[in-house]
Write a protein that binds this ligand. Structure first.
Ligand SMILES: Nc1ncnc2c1ncn2[C@@H]1O[C@H](COP(=O)(O)OP(=O)(O)OP(=O)(O)O)[C@@H](O)[C@H]1O
Length: 242
């Protein structure tokens, strides 16, 4: 299991209209197998998790993966920390499913025939082998999300960060993607608005107004989040100035 450490890591963005802190300096150690991140729209969840693989660079403090500074050795960290976006279109770039997975494998498997076989194996693990030569545009929402996950996991990261992987999906596909995610042999950091999904994590962080306002076992964190929403607090109102 990787140890991810935020050491007073914060993010401030420049104006206009004025410089704004979108994540207050945050100190955390993340070592659990499955970590959920919940909070209102615009609260800072994506900013927080994008720090973990260098998609966002902290403007104060540091982020360390097993003592490697993400800002200094981004490429090395990204080989260990895979990131999956909410909208799979953001990462499916090749015409067919198999080619998309092959693209992920281009650095690790040099030989083309071996790479194709490895890509088919990956698709098979996600129940997508029968779609190998199908256009990525012909897939259902759930299949696209699974393919995006397959592409990231083909690189065998130690940690998978996934930002609202079920938000665009219907109930059946939500269940399919959730079952796949929770079955993976990988450390998972899961941003979600689905509290049932968050409840399956060992630890849940609640983000509000650019800060982690609750952090603990899923049940306690989710209860705190729900209570703050019911009280009309910032976690529910998305009150980060958007
Ligand atoms: N590069 C940036 N420049 C300016 N503002 C930004 C930037 N990135 C994020 N923000 C702002 O920071 C705040 C937090 O954004 P973030 O995407 O982290 O929220 P979130 O909790 O993931 O929201 P959602 O649930 O709606 O996806 C928002 O007000 C957003 O508009």
């Amino acid at each position: 299991m990787a140890l991810i450490r935020l050491d007073a890591a914060g993010v401030t963005v420049p104006g206009p209209p004025a410089e704004r802190t979108i994540l207050a300096p945050t100190t955390l150690e993340l070592a659990e197998r499955r970590i959920g991140v919940v909070g209102g729209n615009g609260s800072g969840k994506s900013t927080l998790v994008r720090l973990l693989n260098g998609l966002v660079t902290p403007t104060t403090g540091r982020v360390l993966l097993d003592d490697v500074d993400v800002a200094r050795r981004g490429a090395a960290v990204r080989r260990r920390v895979g990131f999956c976006f909410t909208d799979p279109s953001a990462q499916l770039v090749m015409p067919t499913c198999v080619e998309d997975v092959e693209l992920s494998l281009r650095r690790t498997v040099r030989d083309r025939a071996t790479r194709r076989a490895a890509a088919i194996d990956v698709l098979d693990r996600f129940g997508l082998a029968h779609l190998a030569d199908v256009s990525v545009h012909a897939l259902s929402g759930g299949q696209r999300q699974l393919l995006a996950l397959a592409g990231v996991l083909a690189t065998e990261p130690d940690v998978l960060v996934t930002d609202e992987p079920t938000t665009l999906l219907d109930l059946r596909n939500t269940r399919l993607v959730a079952a796949t995610l929770f079955d993976l042999d990988v450390q998972l950091v899961l941003v979600t608005h689905d509290l049932e999904l968050a409840a399956r994590c060992e630890r849940v962080l609640v983000v509000a107004d650019g800060a982690v306002v609750a952090d603990g076992p899923a049940e306690a964190s989710i209860a705190a989040y729900v209570a703050s929403v019911e009280a009309g607090g910032p976690a529910g109102a998305g009150g980060s100035g958007r």
